[in-house]
Design a protein around this ligand. Structure first.
Ligand code: BG6
Length: 485
C-alpha cells in the first residue's frame, strides 16, 4: 500500500477571526449609530433560558432606548479594540498571522442604516485598521454584516423584513468596496446567514413580536438577504474584478442517532435544512426540497421580478464556514440533550463536550468539509473554529491552556486530512484569537483566545493583554505550516 502524506498548501491563510460587535467597544464614538448587538443584555448564568434563545422584545428595546433598563450591554464595550487595535494587531503579527477576519460595524459607516451619506470618521477607522494589518502583511477578511444590523433599519422596516433594507445594504457594500478596493480582497456578505431563521433579531434586526406571522417574516427577511448578497457580489466584481465574495454558514453536520432508517432520513432532512443556505448562495436558486417545507409551514416567499435572475447570475466565489460541533438526529423525542452553537443537540456518547456543553468532534470537521466540497466544488475557507473555555491566570501571570491546544490541534489535523481527501481549502481562522465577548451569552469568561484580556463578566478589569501557552503553540503551527501540532 502506498503511503499518503497530506500537507497544507504553501499559501494557506493561517489566522483568526472576530466580529466588530464582540471586540470594538466605542459603541457611541466616532459617529457610530446603534445596531442590533448594542441591545443584547448580559444575563447571569443562573437566570438564562434553557433554549439558548437570543431574541429581544419590543419592550426590551423601548427600555434600552429610554434609559429605563438596568441591564448591562457588554457588546457596547467589547474589549476596546477601537482604541487597542495597533497593540492587538502587533500581537497577531507576532504569532505569524497571514489573515485576520473582522467585520465592519455597519452602523459606524451608516449610523442609521438609511443615511444618504457615509460617516467619514467610521470609514477612516477601518482605513487605519486595514493599513495596520497590511503593514504586518496580514490579509484582512472582511464580513459586511455580523449580527450588526443598524437599529435605524429595525425601527423603520423591522430590519430585513423590509425589502428597502436591500438597497441600504447594497449602498453600504458599494461604499466600502470602493473605499477599500486597494486594501481588501476577501469579503463575506452575511455571517452565519442561517442564524436569521433561528434568531431573527441577531441575524437580521427583526423583532418577532412585531410580526403576525413570525415564521413567514423570517424567511422573507432571509430572501432579502439572499438578494442583497447577490447584488453585493455583482457590485464587488464590478468594482474589484479580482476580489472574492464568500457566503458564510454555521455548518452543522447531523449524524443519525441510530441505523433506524427513520433516523437516517431525519438526519438527511436536517442536513438539507442546514445546507439550504449555501445551496442558494452557491447554486443560485432555491432547492426543490424547500418547496415542501414552505407549503407545510404556510410560508410564501414574496419575490420581485428579476430576483431569481439576480440569485442565478451572482453566485459566490467561495464558501466560508464556522464549525464548532456536530449534531445528532433522531425520530424519537427521548434522549439526553446538550447545548450547542445556536441549537441544542442530543448527546453523542462518542464525544466529549466543552464546559458549555458543545460537543467536540474534530472528525466531524473532515466530514463536513468533504460533504460541502462534493456538493459545490468551490474553495472553502474555515473562518471560525475554536473552544470556549474558562482560563486561570497563575500567580506569575502565565495562563496554561492545554485543553485549547488539544482542541485546535485535533481539528487542524482533520482539516489536513480533508485537504488530503481533495478538499480545496483557502485557510483556517481560529475564532476569537484574542478573548472577546461571547455571542450567545455575552460573557467574557467564555474565552477562545490565544491572547488573554483582563476583563470579567461584570465588566471589571484592566483590559491588559497577555499571551497564553496556546499563543506560542499557534505561532509554531503557523511557522511550520501546520506540520508541528
Ligand atoms: C459563531 C458566531 O456562531 O460562534 C460568533 O459567528 C460567535 O459570533 C461564535 O462568537 C462562538 O459562539 P459563542 O456564543 O461562544 O460566542
Amino acid at each position: 500500500m502506498g503511503q499518503f502524506q497530506a500537507e497544507f498548501p504553501k499559501d494557506f491563510y493561517w489566522g483568526g477571526a472576530t466580529a466588530a460587535n464582540q471586540i470594538e467597544g466605542g459603541y457611541d464614538q466616532g459617529g457610530k449609530g446603534l445596531s442590533a448587538a448594542d441591545f443584547v443584555e448580559y444575563i447571569p448564568k443562573d437566570q438564562r433560558k434553557k433554549d439558548n434563545s437570543m431574541e429581544i422584545t419590543s419592550d426590551q428595546i423601548r427600555k434600552a432606548l429610554s434609559g429605563e433598563s438596568t441591564a448591562r450591554f457588554p457588546k457596547r464595550e467589547g474589549i476596546d479594540f477601537y482604541h487597542h487595535y495597533k497593540e492587538d494587531i502587533a500581537l497577531l503579527a507576532e504569532m505569524g498571522f497571514k489573515a485576520f477576519r473582522l467585520s465592519i460595524h455597519w452602523a459606524r459607516i451608516f449610523p442609521n442604516g438609511y443615511d444618504e451619506t457615509p460617516n467619514e470618521e467610521g470609514l477612516k477607522f477601518y482605513d487605519n485598521v486595514f493599513d495596520e494589518l497590511r503593514k504586518h502583511n496580514i490579509e484582512p477578511v472582511v464580513t459586511l454584516s455580523h449580527y450588526e444590523t443598524p437599529y435605524g433599519l429595525t425601527d423603520k422596516y423591522n430590519g430585513w423584513v423590509g425589502r428597502e433594507t436591500i438597497d441600504h445594504f447594497v449602498r453600504y457594500a458599494e461604499t466600502v468596496f470602493t473605499r477599500y478596493k486597494e486594501k481588501v480582497a476577501y469579503w463575506i456578505s452575511f455571517n452565519e446567514i442561517n442564524v436569521i431563521t433561528i434568531s431573527p433579531f441577531t441575524g437580521g434586526g427583526v423583532v418577532s413580536d412585531k410580526e403576525d406571522k413570525p415564521m413567514q417574516a423570517k424567511y422573507q427577511a432571509l430572501h432579502h438577504q439572499f438578494v442583497a448578497s447577490s447584488l453585493a457580489t455583482k457590485k464587488l466584481h464590478e468594482i474589484s474584478p479580482k476580489a472574492k465574495m464568500g457566503c458564510m454558514l454555521a455548518v452543522m453536520t447531523h449524524y443519525p442517532h441510530t441505523p433506524n432508517p427513520l433516523d437516517v432520513l431525519k438526519a438527511q432532512k436536517q442536513n438539507q435544512d442546514n445546507l439550504f443556505f449555501t445551496d442558494v448562495h452557491a447554486r443560485g436558486e432555491y432547492p426543490r426540497y424547500m418547496d415542501r417545507f414552505f407549503q407545510e409551514n404556510d410560508i410564501e416567499i414574496v419575490k420581485e421580478t428579476g430576483d431569481d435572475e439576480i440569485l442565478k447570475q451572482h453566485t459566490v466565489d467561495y464558501i466560508s464556514v464556522s464549525y464548532y460541533m456536530s449534531m445528532l438526529s433522531s425520530e424519537s423525542p427521548e434522549g439526553e440533550v446538550t447545548a450547542g452553537n445556536l441549537h441544542n443537540s442530543l448527546k453523542n456518547p462518542y464525544l466529549e463536550a466543552s464546559d458549555w456543553g458543545w460537543q467536540i468532534d474534530p472528525v466531524g470537521l473532515r466530514v463536513a468539509l468533504n460533504d460541502m466540497y462534493d456538493r459545490y466544488q468551490l474553495p472553502i475557507f474555515i473562518v471560525e473554529n475554536g473552544l470556549g473555555a474558562y482560563d486561570k491566570v497563575e500567580e506569575d501571570g502565565s495562563i496554561h491552556d492545554p485543553y485549547r491546544i488539544e482542541y485546535l490541534g485535533k481539528h487542524i489535523e482533520q482539516m489536513k486530512q480533508a485537504i488530503g481527501d481533495g478538499v480545496e481549502l483557502l485557510g483556517y481562522l481560529a475564532w476569537g484569537p484574542i478573548d472577546l465577548v461571547s455571542m450567545s451569552t455575552s460573557e467574557m469568561s467564555k474565552r477562545y483566545g490565544f491572547i488573554y484580556v483582563d476583563k470579567d463578566d461584570e465588566g471589571n478589569g484592566t483590559l491588559e493583554r497577555s499571551r497564553k501557552d496556546s499563543f506560542y503553540w499557534y505561532q509554531k503551527v503557523i511557522e511550520s505550516n501546520g506540520e508541528e501540532l
